[in-house]
Design a protein around this ligand. Structure first.
Ligand code: ADP
Length: 373
């Protein structure tokens, strides 16, 4: 083999190594020449750009449709040509022909393509779909903002009332006035305790580590207990609270803790979102389990909202919902627990008339470890 042939063979080998390295990359790699025409790309580039067939020779602007966060089209030619040192961005959107959008990590680096003096210059563009990462970041930000907002109000009210009680006791105010202020503070602390309870159940449910201890539940007793607990809350709003039990209910074998928690969530919502009329808790025997109905004569849920009430942080835009406090986590947690209990939930509701939440809970074998997802 002549020296020239040897150099050619080495160059060929290097080229193949480089090509297989680029092909094995999970990120999209697109190399373009000085005129921004594609000279090299990998399979991931075809996937991310969602194109079939060769990109070679195509102009970059014809295949890469980028937009900024304000959905303004980015001039790809200017963007690339203005790059003199490697540049990255995480705020770019890629629009597809079918109207869908993905968040992109984009890295652009000027390079010399080929070898030595004769090599042409160009750019290497790297793309990575970071839509999922972005949505997790957004979800985390939203979570922090909702929770801190929900914490701030009750803490401010409790703090104000406690300091008021202190002040009144020094000024010799009546015992009744002091007790009233302490009562309001106490209510807020109870709300905070409930919120923290929801958050800790949520975090255990999300990690999939909730454990089910099935036990024999006396449904009559449980329902009576729930009515006794929430009757004062209903009475404060002048609402009737009815209990309607199937006399032939059998024992339900399930997690008492979680069954109570889901029923509690439905009952507190029914009371919260009802301005006048009544709330009813009913239980009927179903094949291998118990069907619970929580019925209210409240504000009701619109059709589009019905699809979303189990979403994390969802709260209706209805002004009557906004006038109450809440995190939009209750039904999300309820759905997670219902899955653990292998229960099914159904909603029937009419705006301004009321809602019926139905949950059918099957009897299970004792002590089951279940993943919540
Ligand atoms: P929160 O009550 O903290 O807002 P939930 O997850 O318990 O959160 O409920 C989500 C949303 O579903 C509520 O904000 C409300 O808009 C709607 N909703 C739930 N239960 C009822 C009900 N019984 N009547 C009317 N709307 C309801």
């Amino acid at each position: 083999m002549s020296a020239q042939q040897e150099t050619l063979a080495t160059a060929q080998l290097e080229h193949e190594r480089l090509t297989s390295l680029i092909s094995s990359m999970a990120d999209a790699v697109i190399a373009v020449d000085e005129d921004l025409k594609v000279v090299l790309y990998n399979g991931a580039a075809l996937n991310i750009l969602d194109v079939n067939g060769s990109l070679r020779g195509k102009s970059l602007k014809s295949i890469l449709h980028l937009f900024d966060q304000n959905t303004q089209a980015v001039n790809v030619t200017n963007l690339v040509k203005n790059v003199s040192i490697p540049t990255t961005s995480r705020d770019t959107l890629l629009h597809y022909d079918d109207g869908s959008v993905a968040n992109m990590y984009v890295s652009i680096a000027p390079v010399r393509l080929g070898y030595g003096e004769a090599g042409e210059s160009g750019y290497v563009i790297l793309l990575r779909d970071i839509t999922r990462e972005k949505s997790l970041e957004e979800e985390r930000d939203e979570f922090i903002s909702v929770v801190s907002h929900e914490l701030r109000t009750p803490i401010a009210i409790a703090e104000g009332n406690i300091s008021n009680a202190e002040f009144m006791s020094q000024k010799g105010a009546s015992l009744e006035q002091i007790v009233n202020a302490l009562h309001v503070a106490h209510e807020q602390v109870l709300f905070l305790a409930g919120l923290i309870n929801d958050l800790s159940t949520l975090s255990r449910a999300e990690r999939g580590t909730l454990h089910i201890e099935a036990e024999a539940i006396n449904v009559h007793e449980l329902c009576k207990e729930l009515v006794a607990t929430y009757l004062p809350e209903a009475q404060k709003k002048d609402l009737k609270f009815h209990l309607d039990l199937d006399p032939h209910l059998e024992v339900l074998n399930s997690s008492k803790l979680y069954v109570r928690e889901v029923l509690q969530n439905f009952i507190t919502n029914a009371i919260k979102y009802t301005e006048s009329g009544s709330v009813r808790l009913s239980a009927r025997q179903s094949t291998n389990g118990v069907k619970f109905f929580i019925t209210d004569t409240g504000i009701g849920i619109s059709k589009p909202d019905k699809e979303r009430v189990f979403d994390k942080f969802f709260r209706s835009e209805d002004f009557r919902t906004r006038a109450t406090s809440g995190t939009g986590l209750g039904l999300y947690v309820t759905m997670k627990l219902a899955r653990l209990l292998r229960a099914t939930i159904d909603i029937e509701s009419e705006l301004n008339k009321g809602s019926v939440f139905t949950i059918t809970i099957p009897s299970m074998g004792s002590s089951l470890e279940t993943k919540s997802r």
